[in-house]
Design a protein around this ligand. Structure first.
Ligand code: F6P
Length: 321
């Protein structure tokens, strides 16, 4: 049987995942592989939800948000017996390797499938949070930021009309990358992220001073990972005396047509993943560093720590008052 390359999307979806699936499929077909799309993440390997993809099956998807392969988080995959079962399925399908598009949790699964199951795995960073240590960029991040910014611009219109303070919670389970960049781009008076300590009294003072200097409406961006946007909203209202409302943007940030940046990054990364598998590599994560495609060992990637952009955070705070 002709050798195959498998591809799956796992964890939270991210715009650009389809562009990555397309690139993997087309690059693999060029190298004479069959391509197997595994549906609903690792669950698809366990349940046999595997479909053959030809080059036309991935036509007309580069511009689509979501993932045509569906996605899921697979709880069983932390247990060895399920990893072995998934590896068995890969062998049955004559897979030379598997491309896993997702975040940290998905890479742990890929590392296990590689170590315990002996399957060549390559991970592509697909998450809007940009919280993967070994890469400066993750697929979906740019689109999510632009979506959040578009929403905040709309909130700002109504905030301005009512002389309000709008607290906007953006996604980022443990990370403040979306929050920081969107706060800068939206001209927010404050940005609260899990990476940086914050002082609610200092933020309230900043708002009061700006109010005294004729600023009438305010945007405060809070990353979801801070886990206290309701409390922050309440405190700011009490401390400033300004009507303060909370908007939680939620899953809207995960949808929509991917931006140029996401489509290009996803396509480059997908292509590189197939190159790696065809060269016999395993247990690698693809990333972007200094705008160049790189790859690193999955375990090393998981152990790395991503430094927060404290300089951008500082500048963001300096120029809003
Ligand atoms: O990891 C991406 C992300 O969108 C996080 O920002 C968020 O905390 C999480 O996924 C939400 O996931 P779910 O799909 O379970 O709501």
């Amino acid at each position: 049987m002709q050798k195959a390359i498998g591809v799956l999307t796992s964890g939270g979806d991210a715009p650009g995942m389809n562009a990555a699936v397309r690139a993997v499929t087309r690059a693999a077909i060029r190298k004479d592989y069959r391509v197997i799309g595994i549906q609903r993440g690792y669950n698809g390997l366990l349940n046999g939800e595997c479909i053959e993809l030809n080059c036309r099956d991935v036509s007309d998807i580069i511009q689509r948000g979501g993932t045509i392969l569906y996605t899921a988080r697979c709880k069983e995959f932390i247990q060895e017996e399920y990893v072995k079962k998934a590896a068995e399925k890969c062998r049955e399908l004559n897979m030379e390797g598997l491309v896993v598009i997702g975040g940290d949790g998905s890479f742990r699964g890929a590392a296990d499938l590689s170590r315990i199951g002996g399957i060549r795995c390559v991970g592509l960073p697909g998450t809007i949070d940009n919280d993967i240590q070994c890469t400066e960029y993750t697929i979906g991040y740019d689109t999510a930021m632009n979506t959040a910014l578009e929403m905040i611009d709309k909130i700002r219109d109504t905030s301005q009309s009512h002389d309000r303070c709008s607290v906007v919670e953006v996604m980022g389970r443990h990370a403040g990358w979306i929050a920081l960049n969107v706060a800068m781009a939206a001209g927010a008076i404050a940005c609260i992220t899990p990476e940086m300590p914050y002082d609610i009294n200092a933020i309230a003072d900043k708002i009061i001073k700006a109010h005294e200097a004729q600023k009438e409406h305010f945007i405060v961006v809070v990353a979801e990972g801070v886990e206290n946007s309701e409390g922050i909203t309440k405190q700011l209202k009490e401390l400033t005396g300004i009507e303060t409302r909370l908007t939680v943007l939620g899953h809207v940030q995960r949808g929509g047509s991917p931006t140029v940046r996401d489509r290009v990054a996803a396509s480059q990364m997908g292509y590189h993943a197939v190159e790696l598998i065809s060269r016999g590599a395993t247990n690698r994560v693809v990333g972007l560093k200094d705008n160049k495609i790189i790859d690193v060992d999955i375990q090393e990637a998981l152990a790395m720590k991503k430094p927060f952009d404290t300089e951008l955070y500082r500048v963001c705070n300096e120029i809003t008052f």
